[in-house]
Write a protein that binds this ligand. Structure first.
Ligand code: MN
Length: 236
């Protein structure tokens, strides 16, 4: 093992075991610890039309996301020792949570984190990935088209409800990872565990009103409203 590999392993171990905010960044929302609050959508409900319709956005934000926040708070009401924990710490240390509440925190904490992330990875202002971002992904996936195809195919093939992510591991590797339900790559049972760089919601509630069973049409549409500057900023 050379020095660089050693430092990489050391970094990964520190990241997994010691850090309160293991990914070095956070939701930057006003409510990072209990009681969590629904963050305002960073644009009006109709802003992503025609790609994502206003009614879907409203139900998704005020209905689904709000419910995850409420259920997360309800679970933490009964766990005062975890009320000072930031959400990322809870999700990356789920085994520390009592088994009586673990699944509730996983599902609803994941739901809150994932949707807070999702609203901000989308933008009504059309954008193109920068040359630098394209070059980084081309190095891993061969070409920008290959990256797009692999990401969207993974999303299309995900069975049932879940998310697809571009994940950066603590050692800097990038991979495309599907997760079930409201899981995400912050969670220790997801391989590889790492920092989400891009994520798309493929639950039917994200598209059914406008696209019904045509998930691939939704995926092509949501790709049109990705905030590539935000993706690049997360990649660091
Ligand atoms: Mn959703």
């Amino acid at each position: 093992m050379n020095r660089r590999q050693f430092l990489g392993v050391l970094g990964a171990l520190t990241w997994m075991g010691l850090s309160r905010r293991p990914f070095g960044w956070s939701l930057a929302s006003e409510a990072e610890t209990y009681p969590f609050r629904l963050p305002p959508l960073p644009y009006p409900y109709e802003a992503l039309e025609p790609h994502i319709d206003a009614r879907t956005m409203q139900i998704h934000h005020q209905g689904h996301h709000q419910t995850y926040v409420q259920n997360l708070n309800k679970a933490l009401e009964e766990l005062p020792q975890f009320q000072s924990w930031e959400l990322e710490r809870l999700l990356s240390h789920l085994s520390d949570v009592p088994s009586s509440h673990r699944t509730t925190i996983q599902n609803n904490g994941g739901g809150h984190w994932n949707h807070s992330f999702f609203w901000r990875i989308l933008s009504p202002t059309p954008s193109e990935p920068s040359k630098a971002l394209q070059a980084r992904l081309e190095k891993v996936f061969g070409s920008w088209a290959a990256f797009r195809a692999k990401f969207l195919d993974t999303a299309a093939q995900l069975f049932g409800s879940g998310w697809v992510w571009l994940v950066q591991t603590p050692r800097g590797d990038l991979s495309i990872v599907p997760t079930a339900n409201q899981d995400n790559p912050l969670m220790p049972h997801i391989t590889p565990q790492g920092k989400p760089i891009l994520g798309i919601d493929v639950w039917e509630h994200a598209y059914y009103l406008k696209y019904q069973n045509r998930r691939t049409e939704y995926l092509a549409a949501v790709w049109q409203v990705i905030n590539w500057a935000q993706v690049e900023a997360l990649l660091g």
